[in-house]
Design a protein around this ligand. Structure first.
Ligand code: THU
Length: 138
């Protein structure tokens, strides 16, 4: 299987990273104090963002990546070419978020960046989630 990865130019990459930085400020994290911001780029050039929103019932917490996907899909947008995730340390998306992104955009580019702007990973979602589940497997 070919891992096809979209390439971003420097401006697009920076826009996506800055969108993740901005939305991360809205993270509601009274329990972990670990802020996450996610920004998804669509084929039309639009950006959907999301932050993590924690809950006193800990299991009801939603991650930043899934917030962004759910915002986009609920607005009728299901295609993503790339996504940036910003955390304090360039942390990697959890398995649930990888799978939820894979549902809509298995070939998307994923950029993991820390708050200083250092990129820790830039590569395909397929590499982060080998053999991810889809009902319409190619
Ligand atoms: N978190 C995310 O927002 N995305 C991930 O992929 C991993 C974890 C959040 C959930 C929780 O609010 C905090 O990070 C610490 O786990």
């Amino acid at each position: 299987m070919t891992i096809s990865t979209i390439q971003l130019n420097d401006t697009q990459r920076q826009q996506l990273i800055e969108a993740a930085r901005k939305v991360r400020e809205n993270a509601y994290v009274p329990f972990s104090h670990y802020q996450v911001g996610a920004a998804l780029l669509t084929p039309d050039g639009d950006i959907f963002t999301g932050c993590n929103v924690e809950n006193s019932a800990y299991g009801s917490t939603i991650c930043a990546e899934r917030t962004a996907v759910v915002k986009a899909v609920s607005e009728g947008v299901r295609q993503f070419t790339a996504g940036a995730v910003m955390t304090r340390d360039g942390g990697s998306p959890c398995g649930a978020c990888r799978q939820v992104m894979f549902e809509f955009a298995p070939d998307m580019l994923v950029i993991l960046v820390d708050e200083a702007g250092k990129i820790h990973y830039e590569g395909s979602l397929r590499e982060l989630l080998p053999l991810g589940f889809r009902l319409d497997q190619e």
